[in-house]
Design a protein around this ligand. Structure first.
Ligand SMILES: C=C(O[C@@H]1C=C(C(=O)O)C=C[C@H]1O)C(=O)O
Length: 362
């Protein structure tokens, strides 16, 4: 076949694809109508993950040429278009534009939905509470620094809940207006500089490192100042019109866990996790008793985070607070029974969300 012949074939396949994509869009629209009638959530992360896994498996069986990464990326955008069709979907995230959370949010919801950058965690909660946004995206844990207490503390005070969670690799890039060998200064948030210190010392031993208040500010400085570069996200580089001169420059791989904040728990899937806050009387064996209540009902406590009770609360002197991530859904009988035991011991519990355990990033 000549080049022209192959292109004619590609055009034919594209026409078929377009027809099929629109056929899919009609079906998605129908799903949206049913969901609205039945008062169901539009975004169904569990369904998305199952659909992707099935397609990746099918592709393997059929020995398809496309790698898993590409199938995920293509379907991320097909599903994003579906979400935008079902509902004019708005996602609030911890900004500014180009932040890691922004990039993580796009990895989950694709490019067809609307993103609202917020200046603080509080603002993300506010936007979801007032229904100006359908969901919010916030970091809850960093692989290097541990829990993001700000997010956990806001969950305690808010009726909003964790609806979904996912992991995202936070890969730093070096961006600049000019070529690599003209860089005299590198701007970066101090934490990001620390994360890339070895790489920077090895690759740019004579360059001056300058601290910036945020990653997006670093990128803005790199735009304004000649012979400079900035550390940040690939999305930040794109938004500022800077060239990526080196990628994946972190000294060790780091990732963050993000939550999708919603107004209610996700439907049970049979493989869920639940985040809880327990405020317990400060006593010998308090944590032991709580853990035993879960163990007796076959529930695995996957993570424990200890936090002080805020001083404004009358319980602050006499109580201790734990955040627990446990297996199971808040509607499961076993979990309900173990929570009853904890409450009967005089400890207070707040359910911060139940969500599918599986979506662990791309
Ligand atoms: C169409 C649906 O709604 C959304 C869109 C999906 C899709 O495009 O396949 C999958 C899950 C939902 O987030 C659905 O729930 O089936």
């Amino acid at each position: 076949m000549t080049l022209e012949d192959v292109r004619i074939e590609i055009d034919r396949v594209d026409q078929d694809l377009l027809r099929l994509l629109n056929e899919r869009a009609d079906l998605v629209h129908h799903v949206g109508e049913i969901k609205r009638k039945e008062g169901l959530e539009i975004y169904a992360p569990d369904r998305e993950e199952r659909l992707l896994k099935k397609l990746i498996e099918l592709n393997k069986q059929n020995k398809g040429r496309l790698p898993e990464k590409s199938i995920r990326a293509i379907y991320r955008e097909i599903i994003s278009a579906a979400l935008a069709l079902e509902q004019d979907m708005r996602i609030s995230y911890m900004g500014p534009a180009g932040s890691w959370t922004h990039q993580a949010a796009i990895s989950r919801f694709g490019n067809s939905v609307l993103y609202l950058p917020e200046a603080s965690t509080e603002d993300v909660f506010e936007r979801v509470t007032t229904q100006e946004a359908d969901y919010g995206v916030l970091p809850i844990e960093h692989s290097t620094e541990g829990a993001v207490h700000h997010t956990l503390d806001h969950l305690v005070d808010s009726p909003m809940q964790i609806y979904s969670q996912f992991l995202w690799r936070t890969e730093t890039v070096l961006m600049s207006n000019g070529p690599k060998d003209t860089v005299d200064y590198i701007y970066g948030h101090p934490q990001v500089i620390a994360q890339c210190r070895k790489w920077l010392t090895h690759n740019f031993p004579d360059v001056e490192l300058r601290e910036a208040p945020s990653t997006s500010q670093a990128a803005a400085f790199a735009c304004e100042h000649p012979n400079s570069a900035a550390l940040g996200t690939a999305l930040g580089a794109e938004l500022q019109g800077l060239k990526i001169i080196a990628a994946s420059i972190d000294d060790s791989a780091s990732q963050a866990r993000f939550i999708v904040l919603g107004r209610r728990p996700a439907p049970a899937t049979g493989n869920d996790h639940t985040m809880l806050m327990v405020t317990a009387r400060d006593r010998v064996g308090a944590l032991l008793e709580i853990l035993k209540a879960f163990a007796d009902h076959g529930i695995n406590v996957r993570q424990i985070e200890n936090r002080p009770v805020p001083v404004e609360e009358s319980a602050s002197q006499t109580h201790v607070r734990f955040f627990l991530e446990v297996t199971g859904h808040c509607h499961d009988e076993a979990l309900k029974k173990s929570l009853d035991v904890v409450i009967n011991d005089g400890d207070a519990i707040k359910i911060l969300g139940s969500y599918p355990s599986s979506p662990w990033g791309e």
